[in-house]
Design a protein around this ligand. Structure first.
Ligand code: THR
Ligand code: THR
Lengths: 169, 169
């Protein structure tokens, strides 16, 4: 199936929060996210990779992004939950942007993603986070690289209209 | 905006591969994914969380999933790239399943995701990986929990038709 790239979407004014070293056990994701939702803080993406054994306990990092304006409130809630769970630390970065290549038929999208990653690497842009689905390949980068990233992808995928900022991306 | 849950999708016969301790520097994601795509191995999801300083160097883990049948070939390619990059190790799990809650209007989907995580935690199902977008909340679990997970979400979200396995999910 040939992938069709329909465009580039991005959001800026995002903040990333990560709880480092959480126990990889049932109930932990709920414990971390519950208070955030209950406080009506909007969450854009949630990301958690597999755990590793650290001194015999399986630990992983739980990350999500919020609007920059909610960074402090979310951080405070997380620090409380993190302490209860015995997590190591809460860290964050309040100036990140998400850039996504949007398309269809990207099921085996390894080649499309590799092209995207190469285009960004050529501009020396570091990919802080990566998260993909069949219709969207998203990366999170520092906000200062946003314009450069969008142009690089625009050029690489020969998207002839100016990139659209998609508010609800 | 009220979220509308349209259904549950899942894929089984997936295998997860992770390169542990890769340098968080431009070009690394491309170095890892390039050979996979060039060898025509289909990749379902790619997931990478933020890095942590380990002995002064920022390191992270790079994960992707493939069909179970491609596990060995992909692992061999990764081990080669991992060695070139000085990554710590390649690990994998060849029996995982992805379960996704699919909907619209889930922009501030913290509450929907929290409900999903709680329903699964109540069944003692461990969430190995989590990855979300505005229209899909995906988790990766051990294959043995797949049926239990789908039923739990089916009940929690009162989805009255039997869950559909979506091959192209
Ligand atoms: C880390 C967290 O996701 C845990 N695995 C859980 O199931 O809740
Ligand atoms: C780890 C990897 O994603 C790296 N940050 C890169 O930009 O390629």
């Amino acid at each position: 199936e040939e992938p069709i790239i329909s465009g580039i979407a991005f959001t800026k004014d995002e903040a990333q929060l990560t709880v480092l070293g959480v126990p990889d056990q049932p109930g932990v994701a709920y414990a971390l996210l519950g208070p955030i939702g209950e406080n009506n803080i909007e969450v854009d993406m949630i990301l958690q990779n597999v755990s590793e054994l650290t001194d015999g306990a399986p630990l992983t990092d739980f990350t999500f992004t919020v609007h920059t304006g909610d960074f402090e409130a979310a951080k405070a809630l997380l620090e409380k939950s993190a302490a209860d769970l015995g997590a190591r630390q809460v860290s964050g970065e309040s100036g990140v942007a998400k850039v996504s290549l949007v398309g269809v038929g990207m099921r085996s999208h390894a080649n499309v993603a590799a092209r995207m990653f190469k285009a960004l690497a050529n501009e020396n842009i570091n990919l802080r986070m990566i998260s993909t689905t069949e219709i969207k390949i998203s990366i999170v980068i520092e906000t200062k690289y946003l314009e450069l990233a969008v142009r690089a992808l625009h050029d690489e995928f020969e998207l002839d209209q100016p990139p659209q900022k998609v508010e609800s991306e």
